[in-house]
Design a protein. Structure first.
Length: 450
């Protein structure tokens, strides 16, 4: 199971890097267009094949000037369409940046449909230009461009269909519900990879075990520092565990993905009983640091994308509380999902069940605070949003598994109520909010009555 999990994480990481590169799909399609042009030219230079194809399709080419004229016209038209499509894409990115936040541009750039459509537009132009140029080297006695003509007509029809679908896709993708759903699906994917199944437990993660292992790093230990400023985007726990097993060492990983570190700051503390320790090598082999945060191992990054949408919706310039309430609903679904799964282990063991790594992992408390703190703070003037926040927390507490989880949810509700006292709500609205608070306390008592 561990091998399958590691393979799944590696696959997701590789796909992330491919999808973050906007040019990957268009370049691939462009290469395909070059190969297609070569293939159709080769077929058309064999009259026996092209003539049979033309008779089957009912197509005849009387002069090479006709096909060259068609190629020229098609290339000019498709280039114009591609220019319009790029303009639409840039306008959509600008709108998304202003209304939903600049960090969400990454989600639009990763959209495979947009990449594919723009790639096909450019590839069609490239196909027409390449075919038109290469066809000048052939004479009418050896070149019958029947297949090329059929391919151009097919590509033209395909481009027209894709243009309609592209406009429809853009109209749908910039709708706030679609944006929220895309972010939520990514959050669910990350949560599934980071958090274990429901029945898994970590026997080494007791408070006593953690304190016992922390004590090992207080005295003589080798300290590895950062060689640059930036955000930790990925920690290679498996590599660290293998190195520590080979050197009979124990490692304290002081940070987690998403943390910002300064040059010279401590990243790893290593202790070992061996006199000779193999060089750990470049720290970048174990801890990846970049100038921007990424969601590879950083659960809070994806949560904050949704929180940012909610905060912008609550701003005076937009004033869209319904969007903020939708974000609260999705964040509630995520917290409920995480609450019913096991948190990542704080202590990792090797193949011989020896404790090797003490790591800083995300907690239920940090995820609840990342989800609701800023929304709660900015929703003071929106009684409807505050009520939805209490309602969502009530639904979560009905399903939470432990008293510790309930305590975190209870703290959030109490802070919502405390913040509402500083606002001048109407008596009716205040009573409605108090009723929801009573519903929360009742649900909490029922949940842990036994």
């Amino acid at each position: 199971m561990n091998v399958l999990a590691d393979l799944s994480k590696f696959t997701i990481r590789a796909l992330d890097r491919i999808r973050d590169s906007f040019w990957t799909i268009p370049i691939g399609i462009l290469i395909g267009a070059g190969l297609l042009a070569t293939l159709t030219l080769w077929i058309d230079t064999h009259p026996s094949i092209s003539t049979k194809f033309g008779q089957a399709m009912g197509m005849e080419v009387e002069a090479l000037s006709n096909i060259r004229s068609l190629l020229s016209t098609t290339a000019a038209a498709i280039l114009g369409v591609a220019g319009v499509s790029f303009s639409i894409t840039i306008a959509s990115l600008t709108l998304a940046s202003q209304q939903f936040g600049p960090r969400l541009i990454r989600n639009f750039v990763r959209n495979k449909f947009i990449q594919t459509v723009l790639g096909i537009f450019i590839a069609t132009f490239f196909y027409c230009m390449l075919t038109m140029q290469l066809s000048t080297t052939f004479g009418e006695d050896t070149y019958r461009p029947v297949v090329s003509l059929a391919t151009v007509l097919l590509l033209t029809f395909l481009n027209l269909v894709l243009l309609v679908l592209f406009i429809h896709h853009i109209c749908v993708s910039i709708q706030v519900d679609s944006v929220i759903n895309d972010v939520y699906e990514e959050m669910q994917l990350r949560a599934t990879l980071i958090f274990s199944g429901e029945d898994e437990c970590h026997s080494n993660d007791s408070e006593a075990s953690v304190k016992e292992m922390q004590a090992l790093f207080e005295n003589d230990a080798m300290r590895i520092t950062s060689v640059q400023d930036g955000y930790i985007t990925f920690i290679h726990y498996e590599k660290l565990k293998k190195w520590s097993e080979v050197n009979n060492a124990k490692i304290n990983v002081l940070n987690r993905a998403g943390d910002h570190v300064l040059k010279g700051a401590e990243l790893l503390v290593i202790t070992t009983d061996k006199e000779t320790v193999q060089e750990i090598g470049p720290i970048s082999d174990f801890v990846t640091i970049k100038s921007t945060r990424t969601p590879e191992q950083d659960m809070e990054y994806t949560i904050r994308q949704l929180v940012e949408i909610a905060l912008r919706a609550l701003s005076p310039g937009i004033n869209d509380p319904f969007t903020a309430m939708t974000c609260i609903d999705r964040l509630g679904s995520l917290i409920n999902f995480i609450g019913n799964r096991s948190l990542p282990p704080k202590i990792l063991v090797d193949s011989k069940d020896v404790r090797r790594l003490l790591i800083d992992q995300t907690s239920y408390q940090s995820l609840v605070e990342a989800s609701f703190n800023q929304i709660r703070q900015n929703a003071k003037g929106h009684v409807d949003v505050s009520m939805r926040l209490v309602e969502t927390l009530t639904e979560i507490v009905k399903l939470c598994r432990s008293q510790d989880q309930a305590d975190e949810l209870c703290k959030q509700v109490k802070l919502v109520m405390e913040g509402s006292r500083s606002e001048s709500y109407l008596d009716h609205d205040t009573q409605a909010l108090n009723d929801r608070y009573k519903s929360f306390t009742t649900a909490l008592e029922i949940r842990f009555a036994s």
